[in-house]
Write a protein that binds this ligand. Structure first.
Ligand code: 4HQ
Length: 234
């Protein structure tokens, strides 16, 4: 997979993409990251990438010409068509099923704006998939891009070992995880549940599934509704 990222702050990405799983994925040749600084495509002496909004009001708006030039430049670097993605609170809220779908693409191109909004013709003409990582306001799309990239890259075949891959499937099943314990059995009077020390694997599996259901029903009624789907006995 090739991932292009268009941003005014390319230096924000190296610490994340150069660490842990995203780094390992690149080292294994399963993904490559390509940063493009949108400011390099500014065509005036002041290197401007944004301007004041028509109609007035606060804030600045990312201009079409620079961003279109940056997108077209990045896309010329590889013949495969890129799925364009723009991070914005107006987008569809990103979730695991979208990570799975996006991980099937050969090429993704992310547009991360900073401070400002986007000229609407960026959406209209470039037709990016608009994604939000949640209902809060960030200073820019960079962190949101990194969240989405991380969630996708760890799904690429060969990036994770078998154990972790299996652990992800359980989230895909729509339930939260069960509580985990390790040594010591007694920590300041807080005990590990007996069933986990019983050696009875059927009982352990049953207990863990129950815990997952309790937790999901209690903490995430939205996920529980999807999982149980109106079943009467749950
Ligand atoms: N922003 N999910 C505004 C976000 C955001 C989010 C990114 C701030 C885009 C223009 N992006 N810029 N939440 O708050 O994705």
């Amino acid at each position: 997979m090739r991932i292009d990222i268009l941003t005014l702050f390319p230096e924000m990405f190296a610490p994340i993409l150069g660490t842990s799983i995203p780094k390992r994925a690149a080292e294994k040749g399963l993904v490559s990251y390509h940063l493009t600084n949108v400011r390099d495509f500014a065509d005036d002496a002041h290197k401007s990438v944004d301007d004041r909004p028509f109609g007035g009001g606060p804030g600045m708006v990312m201009m079409c010409p620079t961003l279109y030039d940056a997108v077209e430049f990045a896309e010329r670097q590889d013949p495969r068509p890129a799925r364009r993605i723009l991070l914005s609170p107006q987008g569809r809220v990103f979730d695991q099923s979208m990570a799975v779908e996006l991980s099937k693409n050969q090429r993704l191109l992310f547009i991360a704006g900073h401070y400002e909004g986007f000229d609407e013709r960026i959406i209209e003409g470039l037709k990016p998939l608009e994604l939000s990582i949640g209902d809060y306001v960030l200073s820019g799309g960079e962190l949101a891009t990194m969240v989405v990239v991380d969630a996708i890259v760890r799904l690429l075949p060969g990036v994770l070992g078998h154990e972790q891959g299996a652990a992800d499937e359980s989230f895909a099943e729509g339930l939260l995880e069960f509580p985990q314990y390790t040594r010591p059995r007694d920590f300041r009077g807080m005990m590990v549940p007996d069933v986990l020390l019983s050696g009875n694997h059927a009982d352990i599996a049953k207990w863990r599934l129950e815990q997952r259901k309790y937790r999901t029903r209690d903490r995430r009624p939205d996920l529980w509704q999807k999982y149980a789907g109106g079943m009467e006995d749950v």
